[in-house]
Write a protein that binds this ligand. Structure first.
Ligand code: HEM
Length: 245
């Protein structure tokens, strides 16, 4: 008897999509906390910066470490986009079918799926610009260098859009992962889905608030520092001796 061959590729692609999405979403939570240390003061953000450059391990700063990290994140980002693209509507007919379906069905999770496609598409461009700039200019991160990039180098419009896209995309993505793989399902799947949806809104509002406060702090510093754009931050204490300033 002829055996039926089961193609496991769709399941593998789904798994890669989930795994890379999870890594990126968790990375973004960490990223938002590190970037937002500017709210605690320039010295704190400076110390976080040199920590990632290996200063506390090697006694000297190596921005190449940040370039390598950014390169690794870029790779995962591209892998995630490459497998996710197969879920996008591929022509106008498919797009109108999807739109009509969303209107007539009026189902919350289906609408979330549309937003995920929309924000994911935007991030192809916005995320790539940011990652490439950080990867190739890793030595230019710091309280003044970052603020100058945001104000004097006009990155703030991109960051506003990227922040909106990444926070919506990340929290919807994590919610969908939980629903898809049955994480936190408990005994009553319906009740836990309502709780998950509330948690999703709370996470989105938390990170958007944190993100916009952070952006406002960099913009304020960038405006104050505009006439000295390009000059680096210097910590008064001894930690700045011998490291990049
Ligand atoms: C290792 C990889 C990454 C590094 C080292 C990094 C570093 C930074 C730094 C230093 C800033 C402050 C502004 C600046 O200096 O230009 C920033 C801001 C930002 N990054 Fe990243 N980033 C990375 C990956 C990502 C990814 C993958 C995304 C999303 C796709 C992202 C989204 C953002 C957003 C939205 C802001 C503005 C945050 C805010 O204003 O609160 N970053 N990033």
């Amino acid at each position: 008897m002829k055996q039926k061959v089961i193609d496991k590729m769709p399941a593998k692609l789904d798994f890669i999509q989930s795994a890379t999405g999870l890594v990126l979403a968790l990375f973004m939570w960490g990223h938002m906390f590190f970037v937002s240390t500017i709210l605690l003061g320039k010295d704190v953000m400076y110390q976080v910066t040199i920590f990632f450059e290996g200063y506390y391990f090697f006694g000297e700063s190596y921005p190449i470490i940040v370039s390598i990290l950014a390169g690794a994140v870029f790779f995962i980002f591209i892998a995630h986009a490459a497998v996710a693209i197969r879920k996008f509507p591929s022509n106008y007919k498919q797009y109108t079918i999807m739109k009509n379906h969303i209107h007539t069905f009026n189902h919350g999770d289906t609408k979330l799926w549309f937003w995920q496609i929309f924000t994911g598409f935007a991030m192809f461009f916005l995320g790539s610009v940011h990652l490439y700039i950080i990867m190739t200019n890793a030595a230019d991160i710091g309280p003044y260098a970052s603020a100058d990039r945001i104000v004097s180098d006009w990155m703030w419009p991109l960051y506003i859009l990227l922040l909106l896209a990444v926070e919506l995309h990340g929290s919807i993505g994590l919610y969908r992962l939980c629903v898809k793989w049955g994480w936190f399902e408990g005994k009553d799947a319906k009740a836990s889905r309502i709780k998950l949806r509330r948690a999703k809104y709370a996470v989105t509002i938390f990170f958007l608030t944190l993100g916009f406060l952070t952006l406002a702090a960099y913009i304020k510093i960038g405006i104050e520092h505009k006439d000295h754009a390009g000059e680096r931050y210097q910590m008064v204490q001894s930690v700045s001796q011998g490291v990049k300033i």
